[in-house]
Unconditional design. Sequence first.
Length: 267
Amino acid sequence: MSYQGIVLDVDGTVVREAAPIDGAAEGLDAVDDAGLRRVFCSNNPTERPAAYEERFAEAGFTVSADEVFTAGTITTDYLQTEHADEQVFLIGEDGLRDQLVDAGLSLTTDPRAADVVVGSLSTEFGYETLCETIIAMADEPAFVGTDPDTVIPQDGPDRPGSGAIIHAMEGVIDRSVDVICGKPSAYARKTVLDYLGVPAEDCLVVGDRLNTDIQLGAAAGMTTVLVTTGIMDRSAVAASAVTPDYVIDSLAELAAIIEETAERYVA
């Protein structure tokens, strides 16, 4: 086989905040040199693709907003498709709320009016939020989560992510979320593959999380590459039920993977 497309995680893989990760430039150059179609997919539910375009530019990379999908954009698309005319009660940040409103979705601040409850990253999450969750879920509306990431890696201590909020919500209502929209969901897989327009078996997926990036690729039949520049290292692979096809310590090592596969294909 010869690769035609690649799905790249963002934070911990290409950049850390607005700083390039060592080897990222070489890795992206290898993707360009091989002529691969690329797409960037982040489980950040709050930032819009345009914000990523700016952050990539600050890091020295030219990336169009059209190439970026996030847990926020995927959740917005899911709600537009499945719950377009329903009242959405959001537990999340203003960045996600703005995306939903701009897409024409109807949001309510009254938990009793909820047709759909969305759980996501919320820095104001607390006891009263859990009380609202119980009220909102009383009539068993649809329950949607943006992404499963329990922690967000930082240069300092990690911070709680959407997954931590969603787990707390699930705990007080004794009910699991109906659907997670971000990686590694089927909805996220379809989103990136539709954009690339190439078969899954002809794609690489590269990221720093086994349970999201690598799981997404494994479920779709992509070749999976774990990079240890983010939240998981080689020791995590041994303890995981999900095994990547490759483990690399720098995105610069992508060139060797692409070249190795091309040589096999020619032979």
